[in-house]
Design a protein. Structure first.
Length: 140
């Protein structure tokens, strides 16, 4: 596998995603971070709220950039051993979680899910915070 961890979250959660990416790499782990993907590098420093508002205006059925994002992320997810859903997460991240589960990936949840969600049973690990997750790696 190319990556040990595939991180999925919402674009507006940029700072937390980058923090998790950095902390995993400090532990010597390989990580796919969608903010660093070729299609996204030019957007990493943009205001995530404004940037996402612009992205959401695109026609997901016809837009070439949306297709590029889809294809790149799906390939990286396929090339990853573990899937991490970092809350808060949007619809796309939850779809990616289902894809990961269907691929037989180990699914890890980071963040507090307060309401009961039966499909969150796909996660074999859950951690309240990024630091809780990183600490758990020391036990491996």
């Amino acid at each position: 596998m190319k990556y040990q961890y595939f991180i999925s979250s919402r674009w507006r959660n940029r700072d937390a995603v980058l923090e998790l990416t950095r902390k995993l790499r400090e532990k010597g782990k390989t990580v796919y971070c969608f903010f660093e993907a070729p299609h996204a590098k030019h957007r990493i420093d943009h205001n995530p709220n404004v940037d996402m508002e612009e992205f959401e205006k695109r026609d997901w059925r016809k837009d070439a950039y949306v297709k590029e994002v889809f294809e790149n992320d799906l390939q990286a997810e396929n090339e990853s051993e573990n899937f991490v859903l970092l809350l808060p997460a949007g619809k796309s991240a939850h779809i990616e979680a289902g894809i990961a589960y269907g691929m037989g990936k180990k699914c890890i949840l980071i963040g507090q899910q307060k309401e009961a969600e039966s499909l969150y049973r796909i996660f074999t690990e859950s951690h309240n915070t990024i630091d809780d997750f990183i600490t758990s790696l020391a036990k491996d």
